[in-house]
Design a protein around this ligand. Structure first.
Ligand code: SIN
Length: 288
């Protein structure tokens, strides 16, 4: 059967079928997948039974592997991730074994964010492989940041175009203070790199809005109240359903998204259920 790529019909996302990711991929197949990924932003591969090494090998077809945030930030507190898991894999899970969390994020909602905006070169792509999923909840939604920018009212566009935003490194995407960091009085004082709010994607040439995460973000040159007002207005606009594809997981799904033009959120699920995802990432190719 020939490879098929079918749009989800939502603002982003396509499903790739008739492809077994445990098998080596031909150069023309990789090219087709890369083009589809650039066009659709999120690609879904159902029913894949991959080892960690196979997940990493698949990811490598598209570029160089990136390390997870815990390694990039050199956390002083161990994440509990098992030592036999490759360093390039980030376990996203609520499961506790022998009193230790085996992964990150837990069961609560992971609010809208782009992955790792708090480094100078955020990853270009993230790839999640669903190993265990709860019967309900834990869906991951993706937001098309080209579409958000294109639809942004001119009054809001004028406030972000040509501006940089500081992406706080001291809190997680849910606003929890990370180990090794102190609390800041306002977003302006938070440590973190500056990224342009509107940036051009290096492969597609299209402009996308780059937001990172809402909490503790700071737009250059604004007073605290003005900063919060502008960001609240932009986030309220961006979170409209017309910009979103919601992925309902089945075990074995592999989902790869373009972190340069998409945000995502993960809804909460029942903590008595197990959810285990293994994530790989591609190195960032633009200092955003
Ligand atoms: C992530 O934020 O990268 C993980 C999303 C998920 O667990 O579905």
């Amino acid at each position: 059967m020939a490879l098929e790529i079918t749009s989800t019909g939502a603002a982003l996302g396509a499903v790739v079928s008739q492809l077994d990711l445990t098998q080596p991929l031909k150069a023309e197949t990789v090219e087709r997948l890369r083009n589809a990924w650039l066009d659709h932003i999120v690609l879904v591969y159902r029913g894949q039974d991959l080892s960690d090494l196979q997940l990493l090998n698949f990811t490598r077809y598209f570029g160089e592997l990136e390390y997870p945030p815990s390694k990039l930030l050199n956390y002083s507190q161990g994440s509990g991730q098992k030592a036999d898991i490759p360093l390039e894999i980030n376990v996203i899970s609520n499961v506790v074994e022998n009193g230790k969390k085996i992964g990150q994020l837990g069961y609560a909602e992971a609010k809208w964010h782009t992955d790792t905006p708090f480094v100078e070169r955020p990853p270009a792509a993230s790839v999640l492989h669903a190993l265990e999923i709860p019967p309900t909840g834990g869906n991951t939604s993706f937001m098309n940041m080209y579409a958000v920018l294109e639809a942004l009212p001119t009054s809001l566009l004028a406030k972000v175009e040509g501006k940089k935003c500081k992406h706080d490194v001291s809190h997680t995407s849910d606003g929890v203070l990370r180990h090794d960091f102190g609390e800041s009085a306002t977003a302006k004082e938070c440590p973190g790199p500056w990224h342009p709010m509107v940036r051009t994607h290096p492969d597609s040439g299209r402009k996308a809005l780059y937001l990172g995460k809402r909490a503790w973000a700071y737009i250059e040159g604004t007073a605290t109240e003005e900063n919060e007002e502008i960001l609240d207005a932009i986030w309220a606009f961006a979170e409209r359903p017309e910009f979103v594809y919601e992925h309902v997981w089945t075990q074995g799904d592999v989902v790869m998204w373009d972190n340069r033009c998409a945000m995502h959120r993960r809804e909460e699920f029942d903590d008595s259920e197990r959810r285990i995802m293994h994530r790989s990432q591609l190195c960032g190719d633009i200092p955003v």
